[in-house]
Every structure is written in structure tokens, then in C-alpha cells.
Ligand binder design. Sequence first.
Ligand SMILES: *[C@@H]1O[C@H](CO)[C@@H](O)[C@H](O)[C@H]1NC(C)=O
Ligand SMILES: *[C@@H]1O[C@H](CO)[C@@H](O)[C@H](O)[C@H]1NC(C)=O
Length: 351
Amino acid sequence: MRYDRHVRWVVITVCAGYLLYSLMLVISLSPNQPAPTAPVDQLISRSVVLHNIQEIREVSLISSKKSSRKIPHVIHQTWEDKFVPGQVAKWIPSWKKVNPHFVHWLWTERGSKDLIIKDFKPEFLTLYEAYPHKINKADVRRLFILYKYGGIFADLDVECLRPLGEMLSQYTCVLSQEPEEHQSLFYNDEHKNYALTGFMACRPGHPFFRYLIQQLNLYARNARSSDWNMNILNSTGPVFVAEVVDKYVKLYNHTSEGRIHIAPPSWFMPTFDPVHEDQFYMKCTRPDKPLTVKQEAICNRLKRNGFKNVEVKNAFTNHHWIHTWGFMFIPRGSIDVTEIVHDISIRDGHR
Ligand SMILES: *[C@@H]1O[C@H](CO)[C@@H](O)[C@H](O)[C@H]1NC(C)=O
Ligand SMILES: *[C@@H]1O[C@H](CO)[C@@H](O)[C@H](O)[C@H]1NC(C)=O
């Protein structure tokens, strides 16, 4: 008798579970969802079902509980392998020269993939592998590295100018902002903060990085678009980060746990990308619509300086805009990074 009731109960639970599951499936595949075509699309529509259970596997953080609340003094950089392009060789040694007690790691493509395999759920490897462009993968890798280990991430074309230790001790997560010229004249100030992934510093396991990683698959589909503003900028680049920052700040910035500091452009990205010079010139001298007060001020400054960058003063770092992950980049020679930074550690995975 009791056994019978038990069986009936199990049958009812299973049926109810199945019904709920089918319902979720029907909702997630409702008509305004475009039919999946490319592999990335399949991944995304599947992830609609998975959405709520998609949490990052808890990672065993390297630092002890107490010290993990601080930003570790580790500099992370990434490249395909340990042979870096000649164009960036002069800036890589700047990190240890200015911060001699910091640890310097260079993550190779293999080492980064290994980290995702070992420390994150399998969905994240699938997502990572499905990105169509090298620059997408480069953008995303650093998020996993900083979430797991914490520390500083810097692109290879970022040069360190001033010691970072004291500044880092005041925050648990610091993001860099795009130069004002980019935000105002290139992106038309559509978002409040255009944060860049070229320089970031954070403690391990910070909720902001967890959130960024969780948001990746909502934007991943954009990477397949043919529109450049969409496929790079709004899949893993600055527009993606700006949108995620906007959402995050509303949700979590009021908690001391989740606070992030978005540094002014003058701290880490004091100079604009000279690629945009002509565009800025056109926008300032022949605007297609009236300039805002902020744009006007930026244009006046640009005009005074002949649309050139001025000498950098007091910045912690400078970004040289070499676009090493861009489609047009041609490396000038390749240099074994261990010959220019003697105690750099190459994170190359275990296979
Ligand atoms: C960026 O992508 C998201 C997700 O696909 C979309 O909702 C948003 O409108 C896009 N933003 C811009 C500025 O195109
Ligand atoms: C987050 O909150 C802190 C403290 O209130 C504030 O100083 C900081 O500017 C906020 N960050 C953002 C991005 O709004």
C-alpha cells in the first residue's frame, strides 16, 4: 500500500516535470525567435532553456579567503604563443620595470583554453570555440583569466608608466574608460561609460566578472553579423562591455561586495586612436547634426592641438592602439618574450 503510493507519487512528479520542461521549450522557441542556422545560433537558442541554471562552476581561488578580497599583484597578458610581434616588444617589459615585485604571466592560446576546460562549465568552452573572429576569443579569454585569478589584465600595446600598487590597494575592481574623443565623437555618448577591456584590474571571483561571463551568450550571436559595429564592438568589445556595465551598475553597484570603479580616461587610456583622426576632423568641422556641449568642448580641444594627441602626463598607463588582434595586423618579426622579460611565466596549459 505505502509502496503503491510512493510509485504513484514518483509518476506524478515525473509527468509534472516533463510538462514543465516542454512548456519551457515551447516558450523558448516561440515565433519571434529566428530559426537557428549557424552553430552559434543553435548554441544561443539552447542557452535560452539553460539560462537560469547557467552558473559558473565555483572555482578554487588561488588566494586565501582574506587576501582574495584584494587585487593580486599579477599582470596577465595573452598572445597566440610566447613569440610576440616586434611592434609591442618595447612595451611588455614596462610592467615589471615600473612594478618590480609584481608577477608577470603570458597566457598562450592553448593555456587559456586549458583554463576554460578545467575551471568552467562545458558550455563556456562551446561558446568560446564558436566565436568566429580571433579578436572575439582574445576579448573573452581575459574575462575567464581575471575571474579565476584576479590581477591586472593589459593588452600587449598598453605601456605601464607609473607604479600601480597603491592605486590597486584602494579598489577591488577597476575598469578603464575609452578616451573622451571616442566616447563622444565616435560612439556619440550613447552609453554612460565606455569601458575597455584593454586594461582591467580586479580581485578573483568578483561579481562583475561573473556577470560579464554570464552575459556573453546574449551577445554572442552579434559576432556573426556582417556589420563591423555589431560583430566586434557589440559581441565582445566596448559596446558589449558598456551595455553590461549599465545593467550591472543598476543591479549590484550598491553592494560593497560588487562595487566597481570606472576610472577616468586620463588614468589608463589618455590618448585617442589616431585611426579616427580624420573622422574627428570631419565631425568637428562639418558636423551632420548640431554638436552637444560636451562634443563642442572636445572639438575645441582637438582644434587647439591640431587633431593630434598631446603628451601624456601623470597617467598610470598608455594605450598605443596597435590593434594586434585586428584583421589588418601584420606582425613585424616575432620575439621570444622570455628574452625580453626574464622572469615572465608562460601559461601554456598542460597538454
Ligand atoms: C547590442 O546587442 C544587444 C544584444 O543582441 C542588443 O540588445 C543591443 O540593442 C545591441 N546594441 C547596439 C547599440 O546595437
Ligand atoms: C559604484 O558605487 C560607488 C560608491 O557609491 C561609486 O563611487 C562609483 O562611482 C559607482 N560606480 C559606478 C560605475 O557607477
